[in-house]
Design a protein. Structure first.
Length: 98
């Protein structure tokens, strides 16, 4: 999460970050969100029925999904994508005006 916190600062205004919690309860998810995403730049949501997990075919955490401003799913990766790969992908997304 520290990498995402840093990227959320660097890409503020160009990219929105959202973390989806599930497999827990809302109170636990909220506490973890405050701990792991203290800046508040990364928004979070609780998915108790795992509908978003199913929609994006997420099998576990972390799962990264990029969605453009027009709500087109641009790609997704199970597991950690790595800072350099994520930064490169975000740069391409921003350059496309996505």
């Amino acid at each position: 999460m520290p990498v995402l916190e840093q990227l959320s600062e660097e890409y503020a205004g160009d990219v929105a970050f959202l973390a989806i919690g599930a497999r827990s309860d809302a109170a636990t998810t909220s506490a973890r969100a405050r701990e792991w995403m203290p800046s508040g730049r990364i928004k979070w949501a609780f998915d108790p029925n795992e509908q978003l997990w199913q929609f994006f075919a997420a099998r576990g955490t972390p799962t990264t999904v990029l969605v453009s401003a027009d709500e087109t799913v641009l790609g997704g990766w199970p597991g950690a994508i790595g800072e350099d790969n994520l930064r490169q992908t975000l740069d391409q997304l921003v350059a496309m005006g996505g």
